[in-house]
Design a protein around this ligand. Structure first.
Ligand code: ADP
Ligand code: MG
Length: 229
């Protein structure tokens, strides 16, 4: 479903190029729950952003669902993202003056879905993450774990095939982190492919596959049978 071949990526800073990804070969199959680990600066977010069509790469090939993703216009990338990809970030990225339900419904607003249907679906997805009774609350009234579950519901509402999560539990305490991971595991068990960047071994231990990046290269890539949800 996701196939990277010899991916290289550099950032230009003034006159210097910083070579961040140094030949990544990686295939992620439909239905996998994969963790990407590695020390800070090893290129995890860069890799996730390329997989999620949030950023381009310099050389190599990326096939998403059999289609080559290379040199996409911003419009094209946005279309592919809204059709089949979902995102969850460490900082939740909720709109502070909108309720939980309104935040969840937002992707449907951009897809021009009618208000009544948006509201109905938003409540369904909030229920899925155990937050129906919080639908009319603002993010400031929610705990961190609840905010992240709202963000997950928002990612799910457009029925993505893949969810990319960049340190989704990075701002949460360990109990709450496990609750959020339970939700992500349950979604994966329903067939959504998931790629999670994490620093935490506990979190990676809940994933069926753990990929270690070191200085822009894949150092290890291991299956974890015990994590099968
Ligand atoms: P990680 O997520 O593993 O901590 P990143 O992929 O965010 O690592 O970053 C890898 C390296 O690339 C770091 O040295 C970082 O400073 C640099 N970097 C990331 N994004 C940019 C950018 N937009 N412009 C310049 N340098 C960047
Ligand atoms: Mg990062």
């Amino acid at each position: 479903m996701l196939r990277l071949e010899k991916i290289h990526k550099s950032y230009t800073i003034g006159k210097n190029a910083l070579h961040v990804l140094k030949g990544i070969d990686l295939t992620i199959e439909e239905g996998e729950l994969a963790a990407i680990m590695g020390s800070s600066g090893s290129g995890k977010s860069t890799l996730l952003n390329i997989l999620g069509l949030l950023d381009d790469y310099d050389s190599g090939e990326y096939h998403l669902d059999g289609r080559l993703m290379k040199g996409l216009s911003e419009t094209r990338a946005a279309i592919y993202r809204s059709q089949s990809l979902g995102f969850v970030f460490q900082s939740f990225n909720l709109i502070p003056f909108k309720t939980a339900a309104e935040n969840v419904a937002l992707p449907l607003y951009y897809q021009k879905v009618r208000r009544k249907k948006r509201n109905k679906l938003a409540r369904e997805y909030l229920e899925k993450v155990g937050l129906l009774e919080w639908a009319d609350h603002l993010p400031t009234e929610l705990s961190g774990g609840q905010m992240q579950r709202v963000a997950i519901a928002r990612a799910l509402i457009s029925r993505p095939k893949v969810i990319f999560a960049d340190e989704p539990t990075g701002a949460l305490d360990s109990t709450t982190s496990l609750e959020v991971m339970d939700v992500l595991q349950a979604i994966n068990a329903e067939g959504v492919t998931m790629v999670i960047v994490t620093h935490e071994h506990d979190i990676a231990g809940m994933c069926g596959r753990v990929i270690h990046l070191n200085d822009g290269m894949i150092e290890t890539d291991e299956r974890n049978a015990a994590a099968a949800a």
